[in-house]
Every structure is written in C-alpha cells, then in structure tokens.
Design a binder for this molecule. Sequence first.
Ligand code: ASP
Ligand code: MG
Length: 405
Amino acid sequence: MTAKKILVMKFGGTSVETPDKIHQAAQRIKATFKKGYHVVAVVSAPGQMTDELISLAQEIVSNPDKRELDMLLATGEQVGIALLAMAIKARGIDAISLTGPQAGIVVDEFHTHARITHIRTSKLRQELHRGRVVIVAGFQGLNPREDVATLGRGGSDLTAVALSAVLKASHCDIFTDVRGIYTADPRLVPQARRIPRISYDEMLELASSGVQVMQPRSIEMAKKFNVPIRISHALDMQDTGSWIGEVKPMEEAVVTGLALDKNQVKVTLRDVMDRPGTAAELFTAIGQAQVNVDMIVQSAARGTTNDISFTVSREDLAPTLKILSSVQKKMRAGSVEKDPRVAKISIVGVGMKSHAGVAGKMFKVLADHRINIQMISTSEIKVSCIIAASQGKSALQLLHKAFFK
Ligand code: ASP
Ligand code: MG
C-alpha cells in the first residue's frame, strides 16, 4: 500500500442519528481524505436503534435466543454504514460499506458479548488501496460457526480501536456528543475543565467509576496496543478534544478527574459465620453468575459472626439477590438487605502515587460537610467512597472545588 497514513474515525450513535448529522460526518470524512489520509470509518447504530431492537425482540419473547438476537442487533450498524457510504459518494469520494464479517473481524463463540480474536485485513487494505473510504459496521464480527456475533454494548469503540491497532493507524478519532473528558461531569459541576491529555490507566479508572464516554474494554485494548485516542465533538470541526495515551507530563496534577456513579446498589448479608472460606464461597458463587462486585466491606466479628456488604451495578441486583438467598440458606446466615440509595464518588490521578495525604484530604472534605462514608476502596491511582445518593452531587462539587481550586 502507498505510504499514506491511515486514520480510523469512529462515529457513535448520536453522531449519525439524523440525515443531517450523517451529512456532517461525511463532510468531515471528505475533509480528512482530502488531507491525504486513508480513512477507515467505524459507525454505530443510529440513535437509540440498538435499544429499540432489543425491546422489539423482547416483545416477541422475554428471553430471545442469543444467536438470533445478534442477527437482529447487527442490523442497526448496517443501517449506519450504508447511509454514511451514500453520503460520502454523493460528495464525489469513492466509499464502500462493509459489515464486521466482510471487514475480516473474527470473534469468538460468545453471542452478545463476543471478543475479537483476530482481524483479516486483506480486503480492507485492498479497498483502501483502490482509493476508497472504507466504512465498517462497529460492534460485530464473524464467529467460528460463521455466524454474526456482537461485542457487547458500546462495542463499536472496540471495533475502532482494534482496527486502529491492526492497521497501525496514526490514531483513533472518536466522534461523540461531548467535547472530551472533563475533570468532572460538566452537567453537575459547571466549573469542570476539559482534560487535554489523560493516561490509559486514569481513563480506565474513570470509566470504571462511572464516566461513560468510551467502553472500558476498548481503552484496555488501546493500552495494550498503544493506540492514541482522541475524543471530540462530532459536530464541531475545530474541537481539539481530549487525548488518551501514554502521557508523561513534567509533573502531574495530583488529581486528574472526579467521577460520580449512581448505578451502584449496596447489598449486605448479615450474621455470616466468621471462619475461613465464607467469603470465598459467597464471591465464587457471585463470580459464576458473571456479576462484577465492586467494593467489599466485612464488619468486625461479633462473637462468631460478622456482616459482609458489597456493591454491584443495578443491572446485576436481581441475580445477586438470588445467589444471596441461596447462600443465606446454605450458610444459615442472617438477613439479606439492599440499599439502592447510594452513590460512588471517586477521585483519580497518577499523581497520587507520589503524593501522600490525598485520601485524607478527600475524607476531610466529606466530613466537614457531614457526608458519611459507608465504604472505601482504593487503588494506586484512585480513591472511591460510597455515600448517600442524595449527597452525591454536592460531594462532587465540594471535592472539585477542593482539588481544582
Ligand atoms: N450500537 C451498539 C450499542 O448501542 C454498539 C455501540 O453503540 O457502540 O451498544
Ligand atoms: Mg450506541
């Protein structure tokens, strides 16, 4: 192939939800192509189409067959790629749309949450070499049975990053409905600032703390293959956005960003026997149900028993309660309790590695405003606290003020 650089441009659902927005995406692709890039565009299903298709399937049966659900969901992205290809061709630029399978994306057996195993790039490269813009359907690939499988919600980001990695793109441009990554959600904290550069690890921590700008798996992949990512607003051509990559500033800020996650529920199993193996049994059962547990706290023993509390996401509450009630019977434990009125507040920053006292400062700010901390968890670059949901927004504003002057 010619020595032209490859750029992967990903357009999320909101960026292709109307004909007008599709034309704007086409315009941006044309401008990039004219600058001399080979362009691979990855497209999501327009608007809320994926949600609508899921509801439609559930009107037929409450628990649709997963292979058939994938057949249905994969059509959303096909709508997006075909329309975008038409809009680009109408501008005198040659373009071709390809489904995930046509683009050579090979995935494993797990319908509705398949993983990409490899990508056969020959067709993609051939089309680029012909001078075409190649438009690829995000979120899908071909499994070993030659069936279409999807990559899990938000999976178009993963398609874009994977293609950037195999094609050695100069970077992966994510066009969305926000201007990048902010020190806190600007809808909740008006003083929030855009973060111009952020490391993969910080972005991963923010994503797992409730910042839903990119799918976390795609950030993991970007880190593994060192793909620089830029996130910017689809409708603003001048937007410089936020860069995610290996950043090594001269001196890091102590805290890079804050996150508030209202999607957590706290569950408690009371009066569990205080003996080795209890936690192992409980969390093995929960892990087997594919439920991700976030924070865990075990109370001090009262005689021979203690309480175990942990948090899960709201979607996982029903399976978690089911497991807890069977564990409760088996272990002869006390009551099972749930508290949905909690929120997780987190501070994230690589600077924490070299600065002491960051957690203390966070706790002090919360204490000064009578915000009770129910649970705490930390990593090298993050401190998270579970607090009452009703205090979430004010906690975010207070902490932002404390850490970002
Ligand atoms: N359309 C899929 C979803 O809504 C994939 C994506 O948007 O990235 O989850
Ligand atoms: Mg979507």
